[in-house]
Design a protein around this ligand. Structure first.
Ligand code: GLY
Ligand code: MN
Ligand code: MN
Length: 424
């Protein structure tokens, strides 16, 4: 059964049609097929429908294909429930539609037309390369702004995530392992309604806070450690993506406090910049300047904040983008404005979202300052930024590890709305 009501699906089809009509192609959007586990006989990884298919149908069943053609509209081909499924899985409900076995015949009747293949690959269909690329971009663009049904799911995902962070604060104490804290957080998220985690939960203590995507392990948290928690509960595929960095003892050291304050100021500046029409790279730049200013006030960087951002010196400590689209999956849509090359750098970091934000976009704002040995001990980088950094004074800062703060921000005409603000 569709996760979304008929009105929501109809509105999405209308939104998509407007963009698809311009391509003139007959369009197929595949749900995808499960990926079998190596040597796992009949075992497969949990199935994730392609987001383009899921957004257009609300269905999580594999094997479906949603077709569209100019003039005729939409046809949903679905995989019927088999006797084996009834035996092993109870009685799964297949979406209403045509048997997907009829798709080859349907396509044969359209021989000679330009076919665009979107979503996951459909067996036996290659699709015209240019038309497929145009249709993929059109579908992605149609689903960039979140609708009310998506925001309702996200509100529940945020509530579950908030429960996880509340549990983290209550449970956090020196002596606990990172893994034990992860278990506390995830159990609380599941109890509060999360169906799954939106991504691998990150819990890092001490120097592990400087590993951007750290996987929690058996390390025991020390009293003077920072603990970085990046976690999101997901409901029906929609996830929050939240980071908080906490002192294990409840009190920051002066160094930890200085770094935290700089990151928090950049977080506020990044959020403030989330207005319709603002280039995402400009949001990144504004936050990078604030971080550079904090690092200069701490005596770590030397020079003007604007110059330190432009030269990329700030990326020695802030090596990732300011954020990404979030919602349907932890990396939702993203992309770049037409005509822009992929992976353009800004302030020394590769910032993958490269377009102006619009009303309804849900973005993460996640500035961070990290003392990463692999960066700070790199001879080439040290030479390149020789005069911008107090290299000799760095030793006392390295113990901080890293601080990241991450919120999820809805871009609206009335100003940015931080949907994760209930998480202190
Ligand atoms: N949770 C991964 C990220 O923040 O991008
Ligand atoms: Mn995150
Ligand atoms: Mn993120």
């Amino acid at each position: 059964m569709s996760v979304f009501d008929a009105g929501t699906i109809e509105a999405r089809w209308k939104r998509a049609e407007a963009a698809l009509a311009a391509t003139g192609a007959t369009v197929l959007v595949g749900a995808g097929t499960p990926v079998g586990k190596p040597g796992g006989l009949d075992q497969a990884y949990p199935f994730l429908p392609h987001p383009q298919y899921y957004w257009l149908t609300g269905e999580r069943r594999s094997g479906g294909v949603l077709a569209w053609e100019p003039g005729a509209g939409w046809t949903h081909f679905v995989r019927p429930v088999t006797a084996d499924e009834r035996l092993w899985e109870g009685d799964p409900v297949a979406p209403a539609g045509e048997d997907v076995a009829k798709l080859p015949e349907w396509l044969k009747a359209r021989a000679g037309r330009t076919i665009a293949a979107a979503g996951s690959p459909v067996k036996g269909v290659s699709g015209d390369e240019a038309a497929s690329a145009a249709v993929r971009e059109a579908l992605d663009d149609a689903r960039r702004p979140k609708d009310a049904a998506e925001m309702a799911l996200l509100a529940r995902a945020v509530a579950a995530t908030a429960a996880g962070f509340a549990r983290a604060r209550a449970a956090l104490r020196p002596g606990l392992t990172e893994r034990e804290l992860q278990i506390e957080i995830e159990a609380a998220m599941f109890r509060a309604g999360a169906g799954e985690t939106g991504y691998g939960t990150i819990v890092g203590a001490g120097d592990h806070t400087a590993v951007l995507h750290f996987e929690p392990g058996p390390r025991r948290i020390a009293a003077d450690d920072l603990v970085l928690i990046d976690a999101g509960g997901a409901i029906s595929g929609y996830t929050a993506d939240v980071t908080r960095t906490l002192p294990a003892s409840g009190r920051f050291s002066p160094e930890q406090q200085a770094i935290f304050d700089a990151v928090d100021a950049a977080r506020a500046e990044g959020i403030r910049r989330c207005a319709p029409g603002t280039e995402w790279h400009d949001v990144h730049r504004a936050a990078a300047v604030v971080l550079a200013s904090g690092l200069r006030d701490a005596g770590i960087l030397r020079g003007s904040p604007e110059g330190l951002a432009e030269s990329g010196a700030v990326a020695l400590f802030f090596p990732h983008g300011i954020g990404h689209m979030v919602g349907l999956g932890v990396r939702d849509v993203g992309g770049r404005a037409p005509g822009r090359e992929e992976g353009r750098f800004c302030c020394g970091a590769r910032v993958r979202v490269d377009m102006p934000v619009r009303e309804g976009f849900l973005m993460t704002i996640e500035p961070g300052i990290y003392f990463v040995p692999a960066i700070l001990d790199d001879a080439g980088k040290r030479a390149q930024h020789r005069d911008a950094v107090d290299w000799d004074g760095l030793a006392r800062w390295r113990r901080v590890g890293g601080v990241r703060l991450e919120d999820n921000v809805l871009v609206t005409a009335k100003g940015p709305r931080v949907i994760t603000s209930e998480i202190p």
